[in-house]
Write a protein that binds this ligand. Structure first.
Ligand code: PLP
Length: 400
């Protein structure tokens, strides 16, 4: 009966977001969701997306169903962003993609496949990580969902020895989720040498890498550089999955554009493998929607639009870097206790302030500043109008 369903409350992002919207204070600051904001706090929409959308709408002559694996041109150009020239690999079936409902959808389809058809039961993901990594795999039948050490909360740096030790102890066929760049929420990425070591461990322990890339280009400012780890794993002959999100890169959060890239070694019957993925999609939502993926494909396949996208995208990255610098400076000038170099050392859309639950609550109730657990903030929720207010509030909170 329905009344036997356990009663739960909202938590995490949704709870913080709802509380922000219910707050009537004129000084309130929203640092919760990772959507790109302009200086005036409005949601930023890349102008090239608007242009491409208009083209897509004009070209639409029917709303026929897509195939369960989606638009092949889209999955191929999306996969090329990750691996470079893949023409031959694509023809040979060594790389293929499944259009998914955002990056989260790609994680879900991958998790279902690994659980159903590869009998995987164990997944490792970083501590901390994207909020729902563990739950997605748990809901797909994984009985062991383990965190591996990633952030050293004392030094605010990566605990690389801990990471290596944890994944070295993983049993054969464990799935290991790896943030390819712009790690959410720490903004701390592995160096190339560290990636080389991780690839070795993966091979030796026969682990299954599952990359998650939601911020390609937003960490280093360079699309190719941010895909380095993925390219390296491929060059080392590893087989893996990669959940790719276009939400942040194209400021298209609600169109749910994602791709699950599957990378194989030769000798596989990839056609049969694809059918398994299609069956999973078919039972979950039958087939994906058209508009968002078609828009991204339009941009990726049209050199003029692509050029415009890369240049506006670079300005977004510049804004992130400027805000990081200004925020660190404001906290230092304020004399807020602690060191703040990690704000400019970390990369991407998030800053992890490492605050306690009560400090996060204090900021909410006394200063109307909203963020998620541990003090993860969206960098672009800050702007040159509110930075000093937020820095003062953090100083006050840390001194309580
Ligand atoms: N993976 C990571 C690391 C993320 O940070 C996010 C979104 O915040 C996602 C996946 C999900 O992306 P999408 O919004 O496209 O589902």
């Amino acid at each position: 009966q329905f009344n036997n369903v356990p009663v739960v409350g909202r938590n995490g992002y949704i709870e913080a977001d709802t509380a922000f919207h219910n707050d009537i204070s004129p000084v309130k600051v929203d640092l919760v969701f990772g959507t790109f904001r302009s200086e005036d706090t409005s949601q930023y929409l890349l102008p090239v997306v608007k242009r491409a959308e208009n083209m897509v709408v004009n070209d639409t002559s029917s709303h026929d169903y897509l195939s369960p694996a989606g638009i092949e041109g889209f999955t191929k150009s999306a996969s090329s962003l990750l691996l470079g020239d893949i023409d031959q690999l694509w023809k040979d079936g060594m790389v293929f993609g499944v259009q998914c409902i955002g990056g989260a959808g790609a994680l879900k389809i991958g998790a279902e496949f690994l659980s159903r058809y590869m009998n995987c039961t164990t997944v490792y993901y970083p501590d901390p990580s994207y909020e729902i990594h563990g739950t997605i795999f748990e809901f797909s039948g994984f009985v062991n969902t383990f965190e591996y050490r990633y952030l050293n909360r004392e030094t605010k740096a990566i605990d690389f020895d801990g990471l290596c030790e944890d994944i070295s102890n993983a049993s054969v066929d464990s799935v290991v989720i790896l943030h390819a760049c712009g790690h959410n929420p720490t903004g701390l990425d592995l160096t190339k040498d560290q990636w080389r070591i991780i690839a070795e461990i993966m091979k030796e322990r026969k682990l299954i890498p599952f990359f998650d890339i939601a911020y390609q280009g937003m960490a280093s400012g360079d699309i190719e550089e941010d895909a380095w780890a993925i390219r390296y794993f491929h060059s080392e002959g590893l087989q893996f999955l990669c959940a790719q999100s276009f939400s942040k890169m194209f400021t298209m959060y609600n169109e749910r554009v994602g791709n699950l890239m599957v990378v194989l070694k030769s000798g596989f019957n990839s056609d049969s493998l694809k059918i398994h993925f299609e069956r999973i999609v078919r039972t979950l939502y039958s087939n994906p929607p058209n508009h968002g993926a078609r828009t991204v494909f339009q941009i990726l396949s049209n050199p003029e639009l692509y050029k415009e996208w890369s240049s506006s995208f670079k300005s977004m990255v510049v804004r992130i870097i400027e805000i990081r610098r200004a925020f660190r400076k404001a906290l230092e000038e304020e004399g807020a206790p602690g060191k703040w170099n990690h704000i400019t050392d970390q990369k991407g859309m998030f800053i992890l302030l490492l605050l306690t639950d009560s400090q996060v609550e204090y900021l909410r109730y006394f200063h109307h500043i909203y963020m998620v657990k541990s003090g993860r903030i969206n960098v672009t929720g800050l702007n040159f109008t509110n930075i000093s207010y937020v820095a003062k509030a953090i100083n006050d909170t840390l001194r309580k």
